[in-house]
Design a protein around this ligand. Structure first.
Ligand SMILES: C[S@@+](CC[C@H](N)C(=O)[O-])C[C@H]1O[C@@H](n2cnc3c(N)ncnc32)[C@H](O)[C@@H]1O
Length: 217
């Protein structure tokens, strides 16, 4: 053996075995993370605060998905406008009746394009710039969570909601938007308190324009 061979660090059989086990486990985790069932987990797409992304808690996403299914009815169509967690919960296969509705996600963040034809690119600054395939009044319920707490943002999102909805509207936004929400969409505050994965400084609420079971829970 030459001097240079002596310089090559060697590992004991025990250390090598431990390393191999670590690599195997890492590969297994990676395989799991791309499994279809994980694709729809709330938080599968990480929050990007530059896009005002604050995901609902799993429990809130579930409650909103249940509400949307109940109100959309058998074979109903649900639009999730800037509310990808509810879309994910509807597609995760964990909420009763989710296989009997169609759900779409209207989003500015193109990472959600991984959901294929269910993804519709949406920028609230162009409230009616939607693909021709999105027919007016074609959704049984529209659930929206606008990115900003401003009248300007809500009034533009309200245009989109009115274009999409056959009638039912479920708006989640800051409690401070109550008057604007009522004036723009004729919605009333429900007693349901949506929760987020992180503590937000603003009080959040849900607003509806139909008799909702959200208020009774
Ligand atoms: C306050 S978050 C609502 C998310 C909701 N809490 C959830 O868990 O699904 C606002 C959403 O608006 C989206 N957004 C950001 N900029 C937007 C824009 N210009 N037009 C439409 N949506 C936008 C964000 O990607 C984000 O999903």
């Amino acid at each position: 053996m030459s001097d240079s061979d002596d310089d090559v660090p060697t590992l004991s059989a025990h250390t090598l075995a431990a390393l191999q086990e670590f690599y195997n486990e890492t590969r297994t985790d990676a395989d799991h993370s791309t499994a279809p069932s994980d694709q729809f987990t709330v938080g599968a797409v990480t929050e990007d605060w530059r896009m005002s992304q604050f995901w609902y808690s799993d429990e809130t996403a579930t409650r909103l998905a249940e509400e949307a299914i109940r109100e959309a009815g058998e074979g109903g169509r649900i639009a999730c406008v800037s509310a990808p967690s509810v879309y994910q919960k509807l597609k995760q296969g964990v909420v009763d009746g989710s296989d009997r509705v169609s759900a779409f996600v209207l989003e500015y963040d193109r990472r959600f394009a991984s959901y294929g034809d269910d993804f519709i690119f949406y920028d609230y600054n162009e409230p009616l710039s939607l693909p021709a395939s999105v027919a007016p009044q074609s959704f049984d319920i529209v659930l929206a969570d606008p990115p900003y707490l401003s009248e300007e943002c809500l009034s533009k999102v309200a245009k989109t909601i009115k274009y999409l909805s056959k009638g039912k509207v479920l708006l989640c936004t800051g409690a401070i938007m109550e008057n604007h929400a009522r004036d723009l969409l004729d919605v009333k505050m429900s007693s349901f308190l949506p929760k987020h994965n992180r503590q937000l400084s603003n009080e959040f609420r849900c607003f509806v324009n139909y008799p909702s079971r959200l208020s009774s829970c």
